[in-house]
Design a protein around this ligand. Structure first.
Ligand code: GDP
Ligand code: MG
Length: 439
């Protein structure tokens, strides 16, 4: 998706006005890119139409490049398509908040149950889990183990009783314990079938849940649209959780969910660790889809590892595009510390989609970059221009780090590329450098 859309923008760079003619080709590319990203066809059609209408109607704005204008329009429409704002979880006014999780087998329901409990505990909520997958004894054990891991009690009643009965008992237990939030894990199936839906309806009747969240695997692609529609019609959902966004998924699911069901994605799973659950930010997702990386999410992740002031400093530098080699080093080290590079790499501007082989490669690169940056003088680290201007300096760095001059040049070029991307991203995100567009 990333590279396809980028090509589309580049084609517009030299133009001065958005016309039906000059957006035709970028629009075709956008359409193709979205289809390749597994967005369902009707959604793509509506989306492309909306953008074309808006773009052609837009007057020329002095100081704004047409490609930036189109980026802004596409960005805004993507954000709108995905629900606009962050959709917060709803909590019950009295009594425990009840969250029912539903979804097909293997999408990550059990994992999400425990992740969500941890997430809510961090917000100061007292949680309890109910093990409702009676079809596989291993599923109950799995939840019990995860519950222990995150320090949340699990109500399990074995596999011999009906899920609705487990729900009733579990809810009674939750009331007795005065918990704030009770989360029920349920059994999935490989495909949608009547038994599953009937079971879920029963459970829903018993629990009268505050939230019914459909867990969707981001890899589902196009089928996500049909899946969400069916679950919403059959049992009625209040939102969705998109899992495995750290993997090789193409993002199409994220674009379709809200559009076809009217229900927002509330949270996303970005990895197998219990901490890997976050709110869904439509604007960041749009930025990611647009190939400009997810700087904000990245900075947020980095904050967990770096000292607060360091992170703020880094964010400021990213925003002002003064990012130097010290920041580069801090950033790559923070990434290494975070363990799961795959999750973070996708958020770095310009990195786009990654495969496991690329991740291994990236980890090797981090070591190499560190060696080169360590061979720089403090002045060179702060002023990368010095290296850009002086082959002699690059040669010295290469010799001292045992790398080739070409590798040093590449590193310097990479830093400047990142600056440019960050600057572009800021233009789109802040709207600061972009005047409001007339409709
Ligand atoms: P369930 O059948 O819906 O309950 O699915 P599980 O919770 O058992 O998860 C199935 C597999 O997906 C497990 O191996 C999980 O570790 C994995 N998984 C769940 N969520 C994520 C995620 O966000 N990212 C990745 N990479 N793996 C995940
Ligand atoms: Mg399960």
């Amino acid at each position: 998706l990333t590279s396809g859309l980028e090509t589309a923008w580049n084609k517009l760079k030299g133009e001065e006005v958005l016309t039906k003619e000059n957006i035709a080709e970028p629009m075709r590319d956008i359409r193709r890119a979205l289809l390749e990203a597994d967005v369902s066809l009707p959604v793509v059609r509506r989306f492309v139409q909306a953008i074309s209408d808006q773009a052609v109607g837009t007057g020329v704005i002095r100081g704004v490049r047409p490609d930036q204008q189109l980026v802004k329009i596409v960005n805004d429409e993507l954000v709108k398509l995905m629900g606009g704002e962050v959709s917060e979880l709803v909590f019950a006014k009295t009594g425990p908040t009840v969250i029912l999780l539903a979804g097909l087998q293997g999408v990550g329901k059990t994992t999400v149950s425990a992740k969500l409990a941890l997430y809510l505990q961090k917000l100061g909520k007292n949680c309890m889990l109910i093990a409702g997958d009676v079809y596989r004894p291993a599923a109950i054990d799995q939840l019990v183990i995860l519950g222990e891991q995150v320090g949340v009690p699990v109500y399990a009643a074995g596999t011999e009783i009906k899920p609705a009965e487990i729900a009733r008992q579990g809810l009674a237990e939750a009331r007795k314990r005065n918990v704030d939030v009770v989360i029920m894990d349920t059994a999935g199936r490989l495909q949608i079938n009547k038994t599953m839906m009937d079971e879920l309806k029963e459970v829903k009747r018993v629990l009268n849940p505050t939230e019914v969240l459909l867990v969707v695997d981001a890899m589902t692609g196009q089928e996500a649209a049909a899946l969400v529609t069916t679950f919403n019609l059959e049992i009625g959902i209040t939102g969705a959780i998109l899992t495995k966004l750290d993997g090789d998924s193409r993002g199409g699911a994220a674009l379709s969910v809200k559009e076809v069901s009217g229900k927002p994605i509330k949270l996303v799973g970005r990895g197998e660790r219990m901490e890997d659950l976050e709110p869904f930010y439509p604007d960041r997702m749009a930025g990611r889809i647009l190939g400009m990386g997810d700087v904000l999410s990245f900075v947020e992740k980095a904050q967990e590892v770096m000292r607060q002031e360091d992170a703020e400093e880094l964010q400021k530098k990213i925003m002002s595009a003064k990012f130097d080699f010290n920041d580069f080093l801090k950033q790559t080290r923070a990434v290494a510390q975070m363990g799961s590079m795959s999750r973070v790499i996708g958020m770095i501007p310009g990195m786009g989609k990654v495969t496991p082989a690329q991740i291994r490669e990236a980890e090797k690169n981090v070591k190499m970059m560190e060696a080169m940056i360590e061979a720089m003088t403090p002045e060179e680290r702060e002023k990368p221009e010095l290296l850009a201007e002086s082959p002699a300096r690059r040669k010295r760095v290469a010799q001292d780090s045992g790398k080739t001059e070409q590798q040093v040049s590449q590193l310097v070029a990479q830093l400047f590329q990142m600056r440019v991307r960050m600057k572009n991203l800021m233009g789109v995100m802040e709207g600061g450098s972009l005047p409001a567009l007339s409709n």
